[in-house]
Design a protein around this ligand. Structure first.
Ligand code: ADE
Ligand code: ZN
Length: 324
């Protein structure tokens, strides 16, 4: 199975570029930019990656992003991720970035988006990896801050396909961003949002209805509502599921209890993704392997995760046919 999964072409649809910051690069960028970090070794950093829920992870994750200052830093971060993609046979990736994490620290929107975009462009020719870029709003911040980010993105529309919503779900309902998403849709962006990671099935329903989503990030708590699962299957509404993330953040205690295979067998368009691989212990192949080891699956079922991801991706039908 290891060889089959390693060789399987993969498509990633849920990946936060800030979540690919490996401790080694964190130290390199901290030294390059003269920034103090509260760790003395990579082992110490990894020891700190013991999370009990989403917020305990987010605290460390936003702190890590402080070492990212220049366009070159964002390029280097993205390029390091793309090399991991090459290694895992990821042929197409749709990457999230959180502009507010950086603009709130005085880094310009242009610096962030250009560094990431240049690396993604270079990967088409040099690594044979295609991509799309998705800008996420931080849901713990207010509507006004999201509108500022959206306005900053308008001159980069050629580089950004969709807007998303991440950070703390509980206490920050989709309704808080309804007007921002309406504006984004009017400007021609597609929309996605994290929902049903820690929040209940009703949080997914609200996000789908209010924000007119094309796909849902996580969505695993849909299982609390069987009727809803049937609707998701019927409409082939994609869920970008992140198995190792869900274990690290205690959404499920053990991988054997994870519902991704059950949802696949019910006909839901579930996909496998790595979320924040530097923090959760694995990239795409590791995520596929973790699911494959905990659940007995046929090769056809494992490959279905890639077919689902192609179906759910934001590429043209012509490009989808090329990947199929
Ligand atoms: N930002 C980065 N990773 C996230 C996750 N798993 N959930 C919500 N926000 C995030
Ligand atoms: Zn995520």
């Amino acid at each position: 199975m290891k060889q089959f999964i390693q060789n399987l072409p993969k498509v990633e649809l849920h990946l936060h570029i800030e979540g690919t910051l490996e401790p080694e690069l964190m130290f390199e960028l901290a030294a390059r930019n003269n920034i103090d970090i509260p760790f003395s070794s990579c082992a110490e950093v990894k020891d700190a990656y013991n999370f009990h829920n989403l917020q305990s992870f987010l605290d460390i994750y936003y702190q890590g992003a402080n070492v990212l200052i220049t366009e070159q830093d964002f390029f280097d971060l993205t390029w390091a991720y793309l090399l991991r993609c090459k290694n895992d046979n990821v042929v197409h990736t749709e990457v999230f970035f959180d502009p507010q994490t950086h603009t709130e620290r005085g880094i310009s929107f242009d610096t962030v988006v250009n560094g990431i975009h240049n690396a993604l462009s270079q990967a088409v020719d040099e690594l044979g990896i295609t991509s799309q870029l998705i800008m996420c709003f931080l849901r713990h911040l207010d509507e006004k801050s999201a509108f500022i980010a959206l306005n900053q993105s308008l001159e980069h529309k050629d580089k950004i396909v969709a807007v998303g919503l991440d950070s703390l779900e509980n206490g920050n309902p989709a309704s808080k961003f309804e007007r921002v998403f309406k504006y984004a849709l009017d400007e021609g962006f597609l929309t996605v949002a994290h929902a049903g990671e820690e929040g209940p099935a009703s949080s997914i329903r609200d996000a789908l209805d209010l924000l007119k989503l094309t796909r849902i990030d996580h969505g695993v708590r849909c299982s609390d509502d069987e009727t809803f699962v049937k609707e998701l299957a019927k409409h082939r509404t994609p869920l970008t599921v992140c198995p190792l993330s869900n274990i690290k953040l205690k959404v499920f205690e053990h991988m054997a209890e994870h519902n991704i295979v059950e949802l696949l067998r019910k006909g839901v368009c579930v996909t496998i993704n790595s979320d924040d691989p530097a923090y959760f212990g694995g990239y795409m192949t590791d995520n596929f392997m973790a699911v494959g080891e905990a659940h007995s699956m046929s090769k056809t079922e494992i490959a279905q995760f890639t077919f689902n991801a192609i179906e759910a991706s934001f590429i043209s039908d012509q490009e989808k046919n090329r990947l199929m």
